[in-house]
Design a protein around this ligand. Structure first.
Ligand code: NOJ
Ligand code: CA
Length: 548
């Protein structure tokens, strides 16, 4: 964990945070304008999704130049201003490094296409099979085959994501050198951290072969031992000269063992890692494009296994409920709007008092919800449209398919930030690139005024992390596993213990506390009249943290 354990990260989806020049797209000056707001919340790092030049096929995750700013967001001077003004407020900027693939519009890919052998070796080009079919049976994570024709010849290039995102060949040392150069470029600009997009799939085997289980190919390229070597090398080459650079890896379909290996301090790979298993508990049979209520027992089991596993193994998790790829957690886990505030607070406490680094996704701190879009025309995301068409092709009616998209689309999280109740929610003076949500009901101006609101609750959670070493350094142990709808854990450090009880349901439930806890002190509660009693009745969506 090193010395970043008391830090909190806030994620900004730059297209949707704040538009400063009235074109309907959020930008860097918009972020600069809102730095005092973020400072008031108390965050330490700001992760910004990709702001590099990009054809925007996958909203910036298709990068065509790693060392420049896309003009839709501003220019390098704006970026330098952002870094400097953020530093004045003790906020470090984190960049999103998409190193598994480049856009096909990137100069490297274009040179490769033009026949330059050096750059052809930057990508994963393979001959088609004798029958003209793709080199392997792997599936793209955005649907369809993971291979597409490379120019007009007999080769295909690998794209684990969109066809416009060509996978890089990390086995070529020149590629790693280029990527290290990118990291050094941004460090020289004063950047304090990096998020590494889908980092655990960058290490493919030399020989790319069919998935024998006729699966999607995932096992053939996920968490290969070589990824750990790559990360150690980059750490050694780039980060040893800099103090306290926060690195977080996005891990696709990983395991507890690997998450530990990527983040255990003495291995010198990453500071922390995101995993996603806890956000797949409303997938029917592992399939995202389904609509079912979430499985509470599964959620509890995953949080506990990962919590205990990483605690015992000295790994360090990055905890989050929301990001730019997920529908809002509040819509998934707290379905009755009556419990909007209590539920949001309980969810926040579950991760902010956990062992690991908490992440807040923009708007979460005021309880933003999924938008109530009425038609596919409102959705922009390439993945949503691909999925909708696939659902229709599988025989779903338009209505069924739409209901699924509505519950799972990544655009749910990507709608404009809700600053106030004025036009376009105060995000812009122009129709935003993606339609607004319910800014009349939920907005920053309103929530910040409410002492019992969400903003103040998040502020309190962040302050507690700064004050209480047990939150930062305590181990993690699951407790009260037999109490229905409750996820509870203790954190223990030196002679202090913190008990955190979170109720994921509406029906009153209860548990019995030991005498030792009765002398404890309530650190945090979302019901103002909470008391410590031997027989503790837990109310709907209650969260209670007791230190003893
Ligand atoms: C994960 C990112 O979070 C997502 O938005 C993106 O589409 C894929 N990686 C591909 O880069
Ligand atoms: Ca703009």
């Amino acid at each position: 964990m090193s010395n970043i354990g008391n830090k909190v990260v806030y994620q900004v989806y730059p297209k949707s945070f704040k538009d400063s020049n009235g074109d309907g797209i959020g930008d860097l000056q918009g972020i600069v304008e809102k730095l005092p707001y973020l400072s008031k919340l108390g965050i330490d790092y700001l992760w910004i999704n990709p702001i590099f030049p990009s054809p925007q096929r996958d909203n910036g995750y298709d990068i065509s130049d790693y060392c420049a700013i896309d003009p839709i967001f501003g220019n390098m001077r704006d970026f330098e201003e952002l870094v400097a003004k953020a530093a004045d407020l003790k906020i470090g900027i984190m960049m999103d490094m998409v190193f598994n693939h480049t856009s096909v519009a990137h100069e490297w890919f274009q040179k490769a296409l033009a026949g330059d052998k050096k750059y052809q070796d930057y990508y994963l080009l393979r001959p088609k099979k004798a029958d003209g079919s793709a080199p392997t049976n792997w599936r793209s994570k955005f649907g369809g085959s993971a291979w597409a024709a490379f120019g007009s010849g007999s080769l295909d290039y690998l794209h684990l994501y969109d066809v416009s995102q060509a996978d890089l060949n990390w086995r070529n040392p020149a590629v790693i050198l280029e990527l290290e150069h990118v990291l050094k470029f941004w460090l020289a600009k004063g950047v304090k951290g990096f998020r590494f997009d889908v980092i655990n799939v960058v290490g493919k085997d030399q020989q790319l072969i069919d998935d024998p289980n006729a699966g999607d190919g995932k096992e053939m390229y996920t968490d290969k031992a070589i990824v750990h070597n790559y990360l150690q090398k980059i750490n050694q080459d780039v980060f040893t000269e800099h103090e306290n650079i926060l690195t977080v890896g996005e891990l696709s379909s990983t395991t507890i063992e690997n998450a530990i290996a990527y983040t255990k301090p003495n291995r010198h790979e990453l500071s922390m890692a995101f995993s996603f298993h806890h956000l797949k508990v409303d997938y029917d049979n592992g399939n995202k494009w389904t609509k079912i209520p979430y499985d509470f027992r599964q959620l509890r089991q995953i949080l506990q296994q990962w919590g205990e596993g990483l605690s015992d193994g000295d790994g360090w998790p990055a905890w989050f409920w929301n990001n730019h790829d997920q529908p809002r957690a509040i819509n998934r886990f707290i379905t009755d709007p009556k419990y909007h505030r209590l539920g949001a607070q309980m969810l926040a406490a579950t991760i902010h008092l956990n062992r690991g680094t908490p992440y807040i996704y923009m708007g979460e701190e005021i309880g933003m919800t999924d938008p109530d879009f009425q038609s596919m025309k409102d959705y922009v995301d390439v993945e949503s449209h691909n999925a909708y068409n696939a659902l229709l092709a599988q025989g779903k009616t338009a209505e069924e398919a739409f209901a699924i998209i509505k519950s799972k689309s990544r655009d749910n999280a990507r709608i404009p930030m809700q600053w106030n109740a004025s036009n376009y929610g105060g995000f812009s003076t122009h129709q935003p690139w993606l339609a607004n949500g319910n800014y009349n009901n939920i907005n920053v101006e309103k929530d910040v005024k409410d002492p019992n609101g969400l903003f103040h609750f998040y502020q309190r959670l962040i302050t507690l992390r700064k004050q209480e070493s047990v939150i930062v350094k305590g181990d993690y142990q699951a407790v009260f596993n037999d109490v229905p709808e409750v996820i509870a854990f203790t954190r223990h450090y030196q002679n202090q213990t913190l008990l955190v009880i979170n109720h994921f349901g509406e029906a009153a439930t209860s548990l019995d506390l030991t005498d030792k806890i009765l002398d404890g002190k309530i650190l945090l509660a979302n019901y103002p009249d909470a008391k410590i009693t031997h027989h503790l009745v837990i109310r709907p969506y209650e969260t209670l943290a007791i230190k003893y």
